[in-house]
Design a protein. Structure first.
Length: 430
């Protein structure tokens, strides 16, 4: 019999059960146990901590296979656990691309061997992410894939997206996730196109590049009735289009990243390449619209877009540096600092957007709560008030964080994955 753990005196925030109250939770044999069996259990004092269902990331880059110098499935899963995540969805833009069942199996097996969180690999929509021929969606569904995405780029032709959304309809719970940027409009672009790009002399990526693809994709979703998920929204116009599409009844969901919620294009004035991300950080009014969209549910999910890159590549000239910031270890704190602390959203909404909603979209039944007897014990306990400065090294193999040097409020203390404390007192246990 495995160790029994009593999480004592936590504020239990469990949106799936509509619960927010102080109480104890017993963990036994990987699942939540009944409270009256607590005698003799190891007690973890959770006074002052929030206990929530483990976080679920719909958008993670783990770089294996291909760029194990930047991240491996194991180091990425450790970073996830340190950030309070119990499930991640690694994107398909690896080398080789995850466009067939063999790569999907490889990534999932690596995840199982690491044993730090659940790994739900995303499959490519098109072969080699080239946008032309459909990948082997059927065999990847057989292998357990629930999300298909060519993330890193948009599906270039509406016809191909139509086929993918139509095909996905045939399978229960399968979704198509789009990175929305029109390639022809962002080519060579380094940052959001606007006042700051003009004054810095950097080529721009206009918000219209995203909005054109969002508009097209919503139209294709209407045409097919397929389930569309829009990755990392960045512009106010996109939020408004999604709001209207939902009112119309389209089957669309959307995500926003912690960095788009936290920063603007003004931060690029530092020329710090850790702020170079796709889609780019935009103007303050866009960030404010993302806040409002997350608050009113137009945006369902916060997803990290954890994108590790090698130090020497990020230290290159600005226009040579690859886009992306790591995010697994700072996501919860960024949301607590920039949305919950200023009163823009309630704590329960933050937990919903980081756990309950992504678990539902992914169909990950073992995650997202409710925290009830018999349920798998995938849990996070965090101190919502603790302040800390983001510093390297990270559990991630990479250190390209846009949050480096920032003071954030809210720190993960314990992460339990299938009942095992993979993070205890803020430290990874293996
Ligand atoms: C991602 C990456 O590095 O893989 N980079 C990024 O800036 N977001 C690709 C992507 O999601 O666009
Ligand atoms: Zn992307």
């Amino acid at each position: 019999m495995s160790r029994r753990i009593l999480l004592k005196g936590a504020r239990i925030v469990d949106p799936a059960a509509g619960r927010d109250e102080v109480g104890d939770v017993l963990v036994q044999d990987g699942t939540i146990g009944a409270g009256d069996r607590a005698a003799g259990a190891t007690v973890l004092d959770c006074d002052g901590l929030v206990l929530a269902p483990g976080l679920v990331d719909l958008h993670t880059h783990l770089r294996q296979p291909g760029r194990e110098d930047e991240e491996t499935v194991e180091t990425g899963c450790r970073a996830a656990a340190v950030g309070g995540f119990t499930a991640v969805s690694p994107m398909a833009n690896t080398d080789p691309v995850a466009d067939n069942a063999a790569v999907i199996h490889e990534v999932r097996d690596l995840g199982e061997r690491a044993g730090l969180c659940d790994v739900f690999p995303v499959g490519a929509i098109t072969r080699g992410l080239e946008g032309a021929e459909m990948a082997e969606l059927g065999e990847m569904v057989e292998a357990g894939v629930r999300i298909f995405s060519d993330d890193g780029r948009s599906v270039p032709e509406a016809r191909v997206l139509r086929n993918a959304l139509t095909y996905a309809r045939a399978f229960e719970g399968v979704i198509v996730a789009e990175h929305c940027e029109d390639a022809s409009l962002v080519e060579g672009g380094q940052m959001h196109e606007g006042f700051h790009s003009y004054s810095l002399g950097l080529a721009g990526r206009p918000r219209e590049a995203e909005e054109i693809v969002v508009a097209r994709d919503l139209a294709v979703a209407r045409l097919t009735g397929g389930r569309l998920h829009l990755c990392h929204l960045s512009s106010a116009g996109s939020v408004e289009m999604v709001r209207r599409a939902k009112a119309e009844g389209l089957r669309v969901t959307a995500e926003v990243t912690p960095h788009h919620l936290s920063f603007t294009d003004e931060d690029l004035r530092s020329y710090d390449t850790n702020f170079k991300v796709n889609p780019p950080l935009r103007a303050a009014e866009d960030r404010d619209a993302l806040h409002a969209g997350l608050a009113d549910g137009t945006i369902d999910v916060v997803a990290t877009d954890h994108a590790p890159h090698a130090v020497e590549e990020k230290e290159a000239e600005f226009d040579q540096a690859p886009p992306g910031t790591i995010g697994l270890e700072t996501a919860l704190a960024a949301v607590l600092t920039h949305l919950v602390a200023p009163g823009r959203i309630r704590l329960a909404r933050a937990v919903e957007a980081l756990s309950t909603a992504p678990a539902r979209i992914l169909g990950a039944a073992d995650h997202g709560g409710p925290i009830e007897p018999g349920r798998p014990a995938n849990l996070v306990a965090f101190d919502p008030e603790a302040e800390w400065v983001v510093e390297a090294p990270f559990a991630s193999k990479s250190r390209n964080s846009a949050f480096l040097g920032r003071t954030l409020r809210g720190r993960v203390v314990h992460t339990l994955y299938r009942g095992e404390p993979v993070v205890a007192d803020g430290k990874a246990q293996r």
